[in-house]
Design a protein around this ligand. Structure first.
Ligand code: ADP
Ligand code: GN1
Ligand code: MG
Length: 348
């Protein structure tokens, strides 16, 4: 296995790395941050090949989208910058066939796993709306479909049912309550995907993973400075993105909080988030899209519960986990969040 220093040498970066640190925030890729002798920093990632079987296509999407954003904003740190490998390609393939990429590091930012206050909720909404708006003139059909049917609730329930049937780890007996709650919500959860598939909801370029730690906030102003983790950029409905920002910006506990009593839906955070979002997105939203924003938060929270529970039953093969029941804990917090939304549904 090649060492991080050897991998870094395969990219066109002047100078020498003086430190390399690992970042454990994401559930999917393996991330390192390096600092070079001239003080510049870079992010190096091994792309998860189980999740992303065609890294070359994924990098083509990212290169096209980031160039588009940079051209429109005229600001280098408004989006990720892909640093090419010495070969000229946007990735390097190591001796075991792993794909690596390098981005310049976005400096002067804070990354949150949970929204600390209404100001950051507002900034997140505004940042996601701006991101969608910058890409509203980008032809979504030119993008590769990186993970087909990523937000297809019917497919996600099928995967859950398959995992339950196989029950590879004998865990099914532990999740009766969770499974039955999700099954009761299946039909309602399918509405947004169905609306997208039938064309009732228009296709846009969507990020598909707009959770809060995929947005970096300016240390000085608290504004959203850069939307990162662009692996799942694909055609979709903007409701996939409003949904995931609602899920992660309006929760009072971490995604993997063990005490579900701590997980509540925050109406004040929701209001701040949507204020920010509307400021940058109102001009391109259809009536149908507007009317489903609130529902999108519930739907995306549900799809995460389904996916975490599926991975728990399948034996933790998809998400990175730190302990045995990690995926079950995550599924339970998502269900708790849905229930809290339901209790307050009339208030937001
Ligand atoms: P994953 O797909 O595993 O979630 P991400 O691309 O989201 O990987 O990266 C993981 C974390 O690394 C992010 O949440 C962020 O904190 C940090 N990070 C990634 N890229 C950059 C960057 N270019 N500048 C600053 N921080 C970054
Ligand atoms: C994964 O890569 P990361 O940690 O930002 C996942 C998302 C989930 C999220 C849940 C490609 O996102 O779909 O919403 O975990 N990414 C992929 O925290 O499956
Ligand atoms: Mg991420």
């Amino acid at each position: 296995m090649m060492k991080a220093e050897e991998i870094i040498r395969e990219f066109s970066i002047p100078g020498k790395p003086v430190s390399i640190k690992s970042n454990k925030q994401g559930h999917i890729n393996t991330t390192f941050i390096s600092t070079f002798d001239d003080g510049r920093k870079y992010t190096h990632q091994m792309i998860n090949s189980i999740v992303f079987p065609h890294p070359d296509e994924l990098m083509e999407n990212i290169s096209a989208v980031t160039e588009h954003i940079r051209r429109k904003t005229g600001r280098d740190d408004s989006t990720l910058r892909v640093i090419p490998a010495v070969s000229g390609k946007p990735y390097f393939v190591d001796d075991e066939g792993n794909y690596w990429r390098t981005y310049s590091y976005i400096d002067g930012v804070i990354s949150y796993d949970r929204v600390p206050d209404e100001k950051i909720a507002y900034s997140l909404g505004k940042g996601i709306g701006t991101f969608q708006s910058l890409l509203s003139d980008f032809d979504s059909t030119s993008l590769h479909i990186v993970i087909p049917r990523f937000h297809d609730m019917r497919m996600r329930f099928k995967q859950l049912n398959d995992a339950a049937k196989k029950d590879r780890k004998n865990r099914l007996r532990l999740v009766n309550a969770e499974l039955s709650f999700l099954m009761d919500n299946k039909e309602r959860g399918e509405r947004i995907w169905d609306g997208f598939e039938t064309g009732m909801l228009p296709s846009h370029v969507t990020h598909n993973d707009t959770k809060i730690n995929n947005v970096l906030f300016s240390e000085d102003t608290g504004e959203a400075k850069c939307v990162i983790d662009l692996d799942t950029i694909m055609p979709g409905t903007i409701l996939f993105d409003t949904g995931d920002m609602i899920r992660t910006a309006c929760s009072t506990a971490d995604e993997d909080e063990k005490d579900i009593e701590k997980m509540e839906f925050s109406v004040p955070f929701y209001k701040a988030l949507i204020d920010g979002y509307m400021e940058s997105a109102a001009s391109f939203l259809s009536e149908e899209e507007r009317s489903l924003i609130k529902e999108s938060g519930r739907t995306i929270t549900e799809i995460m519960a389904v996916r975490f529970l599926t991975d728990y039953l399948a034996g933790d093969t998809y998400y990175k986990t730190s302990y045995d029941d990690h995926n079950l804990v995550r599924a339970r917090t998502q269900i708790a969040l849905m229930k809290s939304m339901d209790r307050q549904w009339k208030d937001f």
